[in-house]
Design a binder for this molecule. Sequence first.
Ligand SMILES: *[C@@H]1O[C@H](CO)[C@@H](O)[C@H](O)[C@H]1NC(C)=O
Ligand SMILES: *[C@@H]1O[C@H](CO)[C@@H](O)[C@H](O)[C@H]1NC(C)=O
Ligand SMILES: *[C@@H]1O[C@H](CO)[C@@H](O)[C@H](O)[C@H]1NC(C)=O
Length: 594
Amino acid sequence: MEVDSVDETLFPIAVLIDELKHDDVSLRLNAIKRLSTIAVALGPQRTRDELIPFLDESIDDEDEVLLALAEELGNFVGYLGGAQHAHLLLPPLETLAAVEETTVRDKAVESLNKIVLVLDAKQIEEYYILLVKRLSSGDWFTSRSSSCSLYSNLYQVVSPANQEELRKSFTQLCTDDTPMVRRAAAANLSKLTKKFSKDHVLSDILVLFKNLAADDQDSVRLLTVDVLIAIAETFNPKENKTNILETLKNLSNDKSWRVRYMIADKFVQLAKAVGEEIIKEELISTFVNILRDNEAEVRTAACTQIPGFCSLMDQDSILNLILPCVKNLVTDNSQHVRASLATEISGLAPLLGKQHTIEHLLQLFLQLLKDESADVRLNIISKLDRVNAVIGIELLSQSLLPAIIELAEDKQWRVRLAIIENIPLLAGQLGKEFFDEKLGSLCMSWLGDPVFSIREAATTNLRKLTEVFGVEWSKQQILPKILLMSTNVNYLYRMTTVFALTTLAPVVNQQVLSEQIVPTLIQLSQDAIPNIRFNVCKSLELVIPLLNKFELGKILNEQVIPRLNTMVEDADGDVRFYSQKALMVNSGNEVAVA
Ligand SMILES: *[C@@H]1O[C@H](CO)[C@@H](O)[C@H](O)[C@H]1NC(C)=O
Ligand SMILES: *[C@@H]1O[C@H](CO)[C@@H](O)[C@H](O)[C@H]1NC(C)=O
Ligand SMILES: *[C@@H]1O[C@H](CO)[C@@H](O)[C@H](O)[C@H]1NC(C)=O
């Protein structure tokens, strides 16, 4: 199309019309996504007079195109020549908010919620309130459902008289015949609660909440847990929380587990909202019930709340009421429940203090460390530092070390990995001697692990240990064993030597570098396996700057460079490539030095 020759007054709306009528949906989609460009070309006046009315008439397309349009319109105020024209965007968005496809409606609602914030009182009065009313009383449940999301942003910007009207029409939505509408109302009620005055929460919301919480659809009832929290947060601790207590009891004993799950999942938030008194009188026993719920999903969710909720109660109650449940959960027949418990149980240690942790919790940790499910074992290991902080490393290691050592050979490599990652922490606290005796050989054995990720983590572990215990220790305890592996018949071990030396090089001193690391690398650069040879080149690339740093130019020039120069002629392509690369690092350095 010869765009340049099109009549100025027709372009680009004619082009747009063409594209929006095209058979190819991707072209139509593209046209919508270019709307802002077109609006700029048209200028504000023609955007208002021609583009918007045209769009309003042409809303009859694939959902994909409508979705894009609903989004574009939300960002369109700036192209109309000012917020005083923003209401012009309402008609197309009203249509989009009533279509069948949920994603389109949601996007239209989102855009309307943006636009209402820039409308002035007159625009709201003349256009927006009417739009919300029309949608709220529409024939189709789709429009009534969309309308539910529009109240909370609108409520705060209208007059008291209009607020009263809005409360009335929202009340109708809460008792709509269609469950989808009641669901949308319930989902938006907590947001609205925060906008209401306390008097109106008492006079209006409370009734709506109680009715929805007793709805015959569990998908509606479960949404009222958030409303319960919002209502409780509105009241201060001394006030009428008793208003909601009975409904709270009903929801936590609901016959549908999905409702009880919502209670379990938000228990800490709920507890904080209702406050100390109700926690003591009511919620502790409720929590005990949900920890014993007969649905595993509910127990799993309840476990995530254990430390948070226990931090709101006194120690005796934890010991007498919660701990017996926790003991049962350690042997729960669902592994998901046990895995959830394993993540959280260590959070009880700071709450119980040293003595009770030793007396009650250590035994449970041990049981979970030996659980048949790898996830459970993994979760408990990952949180051991919290227990360490309470009882100290000595006790922790005495009681748990045998189990940890067993896990170091766990069949699941992720469990082994979790153990390795905790080793530097243990090492720092155990001290050199204890460490060498109990864990030293373990750390070396991981270097020969069949799983690459474990061997990789094992070399990183050695570097961290060197940082903890110092180079001298590394020289005595680690290096001899690594160097020994360099002559192993299994090439994987020789490869591990290369990796381990590469990882250690940056943290050792000049002597170790020149007397142990470099000679071993030079020796391995003549290995029969090309894979080893080129990994040595990669390693040397990293070692060369270190040699410069330590002013070991003699070793560099007499041993490393000649060796690399030979490797440039290697039969293997990778070896040739990586040796050249290493040499380039060196020449780069020389240039820099000169
Ligand atoms: C309002 O209800 C709609 C429809 O159910 C939902 O998509 C939206 O997330 C709700 N808004 C809030 C704040 O929960
Ligand atoms: C407590 O609730 C009762 C009845 O629900 C009500 O009459 C009373 O005004 C409320 N008190 C406060 C402090 O909100
Ligand atoms: C709680 O449940 C009981 C028994 O189903 C019912 O009679 C009562 O009205 C419910 N209370 C509230 C506040 O919904």
